[in-house]
Design a protein around this ligand. Structure first.
Ligand code: CMP
Length: 136
């Protein structure tokens, strides 16, 4: 099976009408979107999705923000997709994200940074389960 990663288009980007623009960044480089879901996460799901950060000071702002409106989750497939995706989205803080990256073009703050992507295979599996349930 080809490599897979999960991206989450965050509520700030959904409110700005950026779903199509953001998904096309991945299709434009030849990746395939193999699963797609729009969902509003409960606070419990949001806490579970970001449980790796539960002891960080920003966790208390992150959870209500992610649960503040619908998100779009996509599973993206292709060669080296996890590494390339992190280049396409750019650094966490939009202030340091170059133009041409998703966060550089559309992020407004470190919390409202438009998009999340899995940073490892383990986080992909965990995040997939929160959004889509068990693997199919
Ligand atoms: P994301 O890739 O979704 O993973 C965790 C999120 O926490 C991160 O993007 C940011 O939106 C948010 N966050 C808020 N403050 C910080 C911080 N100081 N360091 C890292 N991430 C932060």
């Amino acid at each position: 099976m080809k490599d897979r990663t999960l991206i989450l288009i965050k509520p700030d980007a959904i409110r700005k009408g950026l779903i199509g623009v953001i998904l096309s960044r991945f299709e434009n480089v030849g990746f395939k979107i193999v699963k797609l879901k729009m969902v509003r996460l409960s606070e419990e799901d949001a806490k579970n999705f970001y449980s790796v950060h539960m002891n960080k000071p920003f966790f208390k702002n992150l959870v209500p923000f992610i649960a503040s409106g619908p998100v779009v989750a996509a599973v993206i497939e292709g060669e080296d997709v996890r590494v390339v995706t992190r280049k396409i989205i750019g650094p966490t803080n939009p202030k340091y994200a170059p133009p041409g990256t998703i966060r550089g073009d559309f992020g407004t703050s470190i919390t409202e940074n438009a998009i999340h992507a899995s940073d490892s295979h383990d986080s992909f599996l965990k995040e997939y389960e929160v959004i889509f349930g068990s693997q199919d």
